[in-house]
Design a protein around this ligand. Structure first.
Ligand code: SF4
Length: 260
């Protein structure tokens, strides 16, 4: 089974959500606002990939002045990323790596990998920078991306970093996470534990037992598309604020890498 960071996030948040989404492939189209954000995100990723490949981007940005504006803002905020040192760097956009752990193939796609003495993993996010750095730090993308690079290359964990760029703004912002051997060991343990649980749940699922649900009072259920299916659609208005927050978390958790 192939697993991405998005799938690990869902599995950790609610195993039943993982079952509905990935094993049974039940889904509903997002609301128009989500779809628009997703389309914009795809355009930005495509633009960055074309730019990295040295292909013309004028026609892409001409059609969308807002995109052009944010692209210019990003170029001003991070000129070192957009103006490569081609002599000494390995650079590749949409760089894909796979690592086998137990019976699972963990797949990562780096929006941009820049490697020389150090290895920088860069990721474009087309939503505002989250207020809570700790939440991003604990997200499986932040854990898995450096982990896979350390396991599949000669780079030491201390030579690897992961930086998110939140670009949908006239003042793009970044969040950088350095990596080290202690974090690498911790992530390995966390990963093995989660995959052991998944193997156990899959065995039970084959025998007809559904994956576990989160606790009944969990706010995640309030905005989950499977609330009716899970008999969790009767929570009170008291949770409206937290439901909005958990929608954001769910949206971010399920954002997949954009396949170009
Ligand atoms: S409604 Fe709750 S228990 Fe069911 S999949 Fe969604 S988050 Fe999980």
């Amino acid at each position: 089974m192939r697993l991405s960071q998005g799938q690990l996030n869902l599995l950790e948040r609610c195993p039943r959500l993982f079952q509905h989404t990935y094993l049974e492939q039940i889904s509903s189209p997002g609301n128009p606002e989500q779809q628009e954000r997703q389309t914009w995100g795809s355009h930005f990723h495509l633009l960055m990939q074309q730019r990295e490949l040295g292909l013309p981007i004028a026609s892409l940005v001409q059609e969308d002045t807002q995109l052009q504006c944010w692209m210019n803002a990003f170029a001003s905020a991070a000129p070192e990323i957009l103006t490569p040192d081609t002599n000494s760097q390995f650079r590749e956009s949409e760089h894909c790596r796979t690592l086998q752990v137990q019976d699972y193939l963990l797949t990562v796609i780096y929006d941009l990998l820049i490697a020389d003495d150090l290895a920088q993993i860069l990721d474009w996010k087309t939503y505002p920078k989250p207020q809570n750095r700790r939440w991003v730090e604990q997200n499986w993308q932040t854990l898995l991306y450096p982990y896979v690079l350390a396991e599949t290359s000669d780079y030491l964990p201390e030579q690897i970093s992961m930086t998110y760029w939140f670009v949908q703004s006239e003042q793009p912002q970044s969040l950088k996470f350095t990596y080290n051997n202690t974090q690498h060991q911790k992530t390995g343990q966390k990963l093995h534990k989660l995959l052991n649980q998944l193997t156990y749940w899959l065995e039970r699922y084959e025998q007809g037992e559904p994956f576990p649900q989160v606790a009944a009072a969990n706010k995640l259920c309030d905005s989950c598309q499977f609330a009716t299916r899970c008999d969790r659609d009767n929570n009170s208005d008291l949770f409206q604020d937290s439901a909005a927050a958990s929608t954001d978390i769910l949206n971010i958790a399920t954002i997949q890498e954009v396949a170009i």
